[in-house]
Design a protein around this ligand. Sequence first.
Ligand SMILES: [Zn+2]
Ligand SMILES: [Zn+2]
Length: 178
Amino acid sequence: MTAQSLQNVEPTWIEMVWEMVTFETMIKVAIVYFFIIWIAVLVWVIKDISNRTNNIFLQIFSILLIVLLSPLWVFFYLLIRPGKTVLEKYYQEIEDNLEILSSIVKDKVDAGWETTDCTTCGYELDVDFLFCPGCKSKLRDACVSCKKSIRKWWEVCPYCGENQKGKRKKSDKKKKKD
Ligand SMILES: [Zn+2]
Ligand SMILES: [Zn+2]
């Protein structure tokens, strides 16, 4: 084989590809790759920050952070971004309001339903109990005037305003006499 015949040999496709893979093309590919990542990070930050805040200044700051500096600043962005998305905040607010509401309702119900403990034995009593299940003591009496069921120790009937104290003793005495 002479030098002349070597030059005439067609290069194989592997040789052609290998000729293209120079240091320069590797740098070019790396730069293109870097810009693709940059754009991807930027798109993600724009979506993320608009989900997390309606504050336009914070949105612009976050976007400029990536645009003007580099996609590596996404780690800094992760540190400074609001912890919760707007939707999460919204649900948190609803949850908080529901808690307040339920505590108000609970207070109202407790006040109305009057689940008090028995003064004698400590048994938890519902409002309509007539006798304590714990110590069997009588909890309710009929009002001396309107005959509605009221607490035994109430001095005035909440329905008709009749004073109970003296009259009940009298009515009890009357009953004893009868
Ligand atoms: Zn009791
Ligand atoms: Zn009454």
